[in-house]
Design a protein around this ligand. Structure first.
Ligand code: C6P
Length: 413
């Protein structure tokens, strides 16, 4: 698509100006930040919310009778309410604060697995999962005798849904798949997956780390049993994330961590646990993180997720076409439904060398296996160069990337 046809469905100049870090120069050149899939930059409103909390409200939550503690508790719990509305959870107490996607999946694997997995039971994941959605299941499989099964991925980077149908059977105790692949950009048909699993009474966990910044998520509409994501990928702070779980599962599952906050009564003989969500929130939580995430959600809502998705799709289409014009570029991940991620290889070069040269030109991309080593093995490649776009990127950023890759090619080949 010609550059001037890219639809400005968002007020790009305003959005870009909202992110102070994007004003930086790197190696003497204006920064082009194309690594939002690793962690997004933060708008000023989020940074301000963190500062304001520490300057004016800082106190522990759920403990003090004094005003500051009550204000901190209110602000923290407001973060939960905002998340609840953002993902359309039925109940506020279905929203558990965790450190990020990794902790969300570990919590479910350890707690759900401990309660429900038996020798020979099966855990169904896919070949495009991030290590965070592989290793926690391996850990609980070792402890319980459950077995990991893997949905294959096609050459274009899509889930093999016929294989999924045959892999799903009465021994399957949970399906855990990513909504959007961090390496390929593929948007998986999670609603279909959930529907099919539910027909057999099997719950489904969705790794939403890469979906939440790019599209509207309605956990009730999806009918997801668990949905987890990280605050830092959706313009919020690091150290905070969300595990959404259906009340019926969370009620049945044992606590994950023990300590303060998660108890009702403690004696040396016996401890009883707090109600949801606190049963799963042991210890002092990331108070400023929850407040910052709430500010990030307000910010995303002010722009509109449909507008963000439409804008980023235009960037993806433009970027894909421009990248393919470069001789020797091969895109890994060509699914028909994709989020704004372009993973590529430049023939005759190593991804690391390309990434290092791009950095010299002020362009930040990620290189390597992107924590998806089994997927790299499947494609028989050492890794990729990954450019991932957010709403604060534009076609000029893509033009700078394309020019830099062309230059890298002349230097490396
Ligand atoms: N992917 C990337 O550059 P944490 O680290 O807990 O915030 O998120 C883990 C995670 C889980 N699932 C998916 C699909 C992810 O993409 C990530 C994080 C980053 O692709 C860092 S490896």
């Amino acid at each position: 698509m010609p550059k001037d046809q890219v639809i400005a469905s968002i007020d790009f100049e305003k959005v870009r100006a909202d992110f102070p870090l994007l004003r930086r120069n790197i190696k003497g050149k204006p920064l082009v930040f194309l690594d939002s899939a690793a962690s997004s930059q933060k708008p000023e409103v989020v940074i301000r919310a963190l500062n304001t909390y520490y300057e004016q409200t800082n106190a522990n939550v759920h403990r003090g009778v004094y005003q500051l503690s009550q204000e901190a508790t209110d602000a923290f719990e407001m973060g939960r309410k905002k998340v609840q509305a953002f993902i359309n959870a039925r109940h506020e107490h279905e929203v558990i604060f965790v450190r990020g996607t990794t902790e969300g999946i570990n919590l479910v694997a350890a707690s759900f697995g401990k309660k429900f997995f038996r020798e020979g039971d099966e855990i169904l994941i896919s070949a495009m999962e991030h290590h965070s959605n592989i290793v926690p299941w391996q850990l609980i499989a070792e402890q319980t005798g459950a077995v990991l099964k893997v949905i294959p991925v096609t050459d274009s980077g899509e889930l093999d849904m016929e294989a999924f149908d045959t892999l799903l059977h009465e021994r399957t105790k949970i399906v855990a798949v990513t909504h959007v692949s961090n390496t390929l950009g593929t948007i998986n048909p999670v609603k279909t997956i959930i529907g099919k699993a539910h027909q057999m009474g099997i719950p489904v966990l969705i790794d939403g780390a890469q979906a939440i910044p790019h599209m509207e998520i309605d956990v009730q509409e999806l009918d997801a049993d668990f949905y987890t994501f990280s605050g830092h990928k959706v313009f919020g702070p690091t150290g905070i994330g969300i595990l959404y779980g259906k009340e019926k599962w969370l009620e049945e599952m044992p606590p994950y961590h023990g300590g303060g906050e998660m108890i009702k009564t403690v004696t040396f003989a016996k401890t009883t646990y707090a109600e949801l969500p606190h049963k799963f929130e042991a210890g002092t939580p990331d108070i400023s993180g929850a407040i910052g995430l709430g500010a990030a959600i307000d910010y995303v809502n002010s722009i509109g997720r449909a507008a963000i998705a439409a804008y980023e799709h235009e960037l993806l289409v433009y970027g894909t076409q421009r990248m393919l014009e470069i001789p020797g570029v091969r895109i890994i991940g060509t699914a028909s439904e994709k989020a704004s991620v372009i993973s590529f290889l430049l023939e005759g070069t190593h991804p690391f060398d390309v990434g290092t040269l791009l950095d010299q030109m002020g362009i930040a991309v990620r290189t390597g296996h992107h924590c998806t080593q089994p997927l790299m093995d499947l494609f028989e490649i050492p890794g990729t160069v990954r450019a991932s776009f957010a709403m604060y990127n534009n076609t000029e950023d893509i033009d700078r990337l394309v020019a830099a890759v062309r230059k890298a090619a002349t230097m490396l080949i």
